[in-house]
Ligand binder design. Structure first.
Ligand code: GRF
Length: 191
């Protein structure tokens, strides 16, 4: 549980691409009675589409390539400390954070993954799910630990797979559910 003490909890969102989850979390943060405020977006990609959204909506953002991961993580940690960030939401962030970084934010980094974890960790989940003729897929919000896609599950949503589904059509329906469960999961861990 992350305590708000009556104030808004400061959140950082890490992205690498499209940024639909960022957008969704931002709108959620703007709702009446919301307990969170998105104070910064960190992207490892200069041209991430999500950054255009951040710009348009006056959300602070920083770009760090993470090519020199140790150096960039230290810089990011400084920013997060300066801004008093209490939760990190990974939203399509394609870098694996170091054990040291995760330790510094223990229990305060969460991620959204497009599968029913512990099944289908890693990349290209929808392709693999279709290839394996699964009946269901879904999405999961979980705590981040140093083991990829393996931390404690906060919330999950099942999505039925139709006979004629492609990876693309499935990802679209899973994404709709991602947008529902990410804010819900945040609510669940904040007091
Ligand atoms: C989502 O499918 C999320 O589950 C995965 O990366 C994708 C990010 O999408 N981790 P977006 O950038 O939030 O649109």
């Amino acid at each position: 549980m992350i305590k708000s003490f009556g104030n808004k909890i400061k959140v950082a969102v890490f992205i690498s691409g499209r940024g639909t989850n960022l957008k969704n979390l931002f709108y959620f943060s703007k709702k009446k009675n919301s307990k969170i405020q998105i104070c910064i977006v960190i992207s490892n990609k200069k041209y991430a589409k999500g950054l255009s959204f951040a710009k348009k909506n006056n959300i602070n953002f920083e770009i760090y390539t993470f090519k020199d991961q140790l150096k960039d993580e230290l810089k990011v940690l400084q920013i997060l400390k300066r801004k008093n960030i209490k939760i990190i939401c990974l939203a399509g962030f394609m870098k694996i954070l170091s054990r040291e970084f995760i330790k510094r934010f223990k229990g305060k980094i969460i991620n959204i993954h497009p599968s029913l974890l512990p099944k289908y960790k890693g990349l290209n989940t929808h392709d693999r799910v279709i290839k394996n003729k699964e009946k269901y897929s879904g999405c999961t919000v979980h705590y981040v630990t140093s083991k990829l896609d393996s931390g404690k599950i906060i919330l999950q949503k099942k999505v039925k797979i139709f006979k004629n589904d492609s990876a693309k059509s499935l990802q679209k329906r899973v994404l709709e559910q991602e947008h529902k469960i990410y804010p819900k999961a945040l609510k669940m861990i904040i007091n």
